[in-house]
Design a protein around this ligand. Structure first.
Ligand code: IMP
Length: 429
């Protein structure tokens, strides 16, 4: 039995989907524990493209049970579309295979409106959110104004709460933001329709996970976004509204810290970011464009072009510490193939002072210049290497230095988009 957490150790989009998909083959259960449909990954199975935002990709493996934990915020329209999409591709979904926490908060239509209005009002200072209502839904959770999936069971009291909450939300929309108010009745009607299909899936998911642990099952906890987007440990305020670090698996799934065996931090061999905020190693030149093009760096949720830059080992060390990363999985190594030189940022410099510790103040971080170590590039792989020793020596030097700087071993290397293009030097389960 093993409990393994997978987190993003950069700004999200590190390729966690592929790693989860690979490990899910050996897992018995896959659990989402934070975020919502701001996340997304595209999986190509048997030539068919499937995009998932909420349901763990483990659902594509017949014998894997999937959980959407209490820490996730759920847009029921999106979840219903995912059900329909999966069913149309021949995947069966039933309450035995997918369980949803009754304590998970719902993203309501007014959350999406408020997300858009708040971004518009911020103008140049906008966060660059996905406008999916994530922030406003978490605001309501913490303010104790949220509606949870389990509230739908007693629909009468759901209606009472919704009417109360919407009085306030409509005042906010109209009086503060000058927006158009929303009608309660159509929202109630749509929630009633969702209630019909949703209720059989709801349960106390912490108990379901605990039962699986007692049966010595292999459980994978799938994080969304990345450490730089963590509301406490990232580049605040240019972050998402949840904790994205491994500790969130405990609160967002209802397990204790002693249950965790391993934490895999996923990184790309370079760095990307979507949305606003400081990014010390960002490239504004042809190399950045080449990485973007070769890596197909466009978001699967919003289609936005991602900002690209070199690997930042200062941030990586921070991510290893705050997540307790035991293993690094590096993706997209192949994207750098063919470049003459490859760089890694080993420290920041600001006002003549050098720092090898991550700076969380965004103004200080924005004013910091990266100090780089330069490595010789490597040619494109002519065939899939069978081991690290089989890789070009330049790759081996690069990886060795990443491990030294990160203070954690690279135990998985993805060398191409295909499921088979990986080197794995350990057994996680
Ligand atoms: P929100 O999560 O929609 O509120 O967006 C907040 C910030 O997190 C924005 O910069 C988004 O671009 C970023 N973000 C949210 N989800 C993801 C993700 O899955 N990958 C990368 N960036 C994300």
């Amino acid at each position: 039995m093993s409990n393994v957490i997978i987190v993003g150790a950069q700004w999200g989009d590190e390729g966690k989907g592929k790693i989860v998909d690979l490990l899910a083959e050996k897992a018995d259960m896959v659990v989402r524990f934070q975020g919502g449909n701001n996340a997304g990954h595209t999986l190509v199975v048997g030539g068919k493209k499937i995009v998932l935002h909420l349901i763990p990709s483990g659902i594509l493996h017949k014998n894997v049970a999937c959980i959407i934990g209490n820490g996730v915020v759920i847009d029921l329209d999106v979840l219903q579309q995912e059900f329909e999409n999966l069913t149309s591709h021949g995947y069966s979904i039933d309450p035995e295979r997918l369980r949803i926490s009754e304590n998970a908060h719902l993203i309501m239509p007014y959350h999406k409106v408020l997300d858009q209005l708040s971004e518009k009002q911020k103008g140049d200072q906008k966060i660059g959110t996905t406008c999916r209502g994530i922030g406003p839904a978490y605001i309501d959770k913490v303010a104790r104004d949220g509606l949870r999936a389990g509230d739908l069971i007693d629909f009468k009291s759901f209606e009472t709460r919704l009417r109360e909450v919407m009085n306030f939300k409509n005042a906010l929309i109209e009086k503060i933001y000058g927006g158009k108010t929303l009608e309660v009745d159509p929202i109630l009607k749509s929630m009633q329709q969702h209630r019909e299909w949703l209720l059989p899936y709801l349960c106390n998911t912490s108990v379901a996970i605990h039962k699986a642990q007692l049966q010595k099952k292999h459980i994978l906890f799938e994080g969304a976004q990345g450490t730089s987007l963590d509301v406490d440990h990232g580049t605040y305020p240019y972050v998402t509204s949840s904790n994205t670090v491994s500790g969130a698996a405990c609160t967002g799934a209802g397990i204790g810290p002693k249950d965790i065996d391993r934490v895999i931090g996923v990184i790309k061999a370079y760095t990307t970011r979507v949305g606003s905020g400081p990014f010390p190693t960002e490239l504004h030149d042809d190399i950045g464009d080449t990485i973007c093009k070769n890596g197909n760096e466009f978001g699967s949720t919003t289609g936005r072009q991602r900002r690209c830059g070199w690997l930042d080992a200062v941030f990586l060390r921070h991510a290893v510490r705050v997540n307790g990363i035991t293993d690094i999985a590096m993706t997209k190594l192949d994207v750098l193939s063919g470049l003459k030189e490859i760089k890694i940022c080993t420290a920041y410099e600001r006002n003549g002072e050098k720092s090898d510790t991550f700076i969380s103040d965004i103004n200080m971080l924005g004013a910091s210049k990266p100090i780089y170590e330069t490595f010789a590039g490597w040619p494109a792989f002519s065939a899939q290497p069978k081991s690290i020793e089989d890789c070009p020596t330049q790759v081996q030097h690069f990886l060795k230095r990443v491990e030294e700087l990160a203070e954690a071993p690279v135990t998985m290397l993805s060398t191409g988009p295909d499921r088979l293009e990986n080197l794995v030097s350990t057994s996680y389960f």
